[in-house]
Write a protein that binds this ligand. Structure first.
Ligand SMILES: [Zn+2]
Length: 83
């Protein structure tokens, strides 16, 4: 499903700008966010955000795909289940 995505205008620690989907409880207020567009996948929204802020990252709550550590963890778990 298509969702609206926004990026926080204010950098967090490590100079990261966090990308949020509409409806996320951590979404910044109107004045503190930039509208990115509508996307089917959080990864596409993050890519768009990186045109404005190279350090853009997905929010762990609403855009969990960007957290590579967790992804590799899930992958290794899946592999164990298949073995
Ligand atoms: Zn979020």
């Amino acid at each position: 499903m298509e969702r609206f995505y926004y990026v926080d205008k204010h950098a967090g620690y490590n100079d990261n700008h966090v990308v949020h989907a509409k409806g996320c409880p951590f979404l910044p207020q109107d004045s503190a966010r930039r509208f990115l567009g509508t996307f089917y996948a959080p990864a596409a929204a993050i890519q768009q955000a990186r045109k404005f802020y190279p350090g853009a990252l997905g929010c762990e709550h609403c855009c969990p795909v960007a957290v590579k550590k967790n992804l590799s963890l899930h992958n290794s778990v899946a592999l164990k289940h298949m073995a």
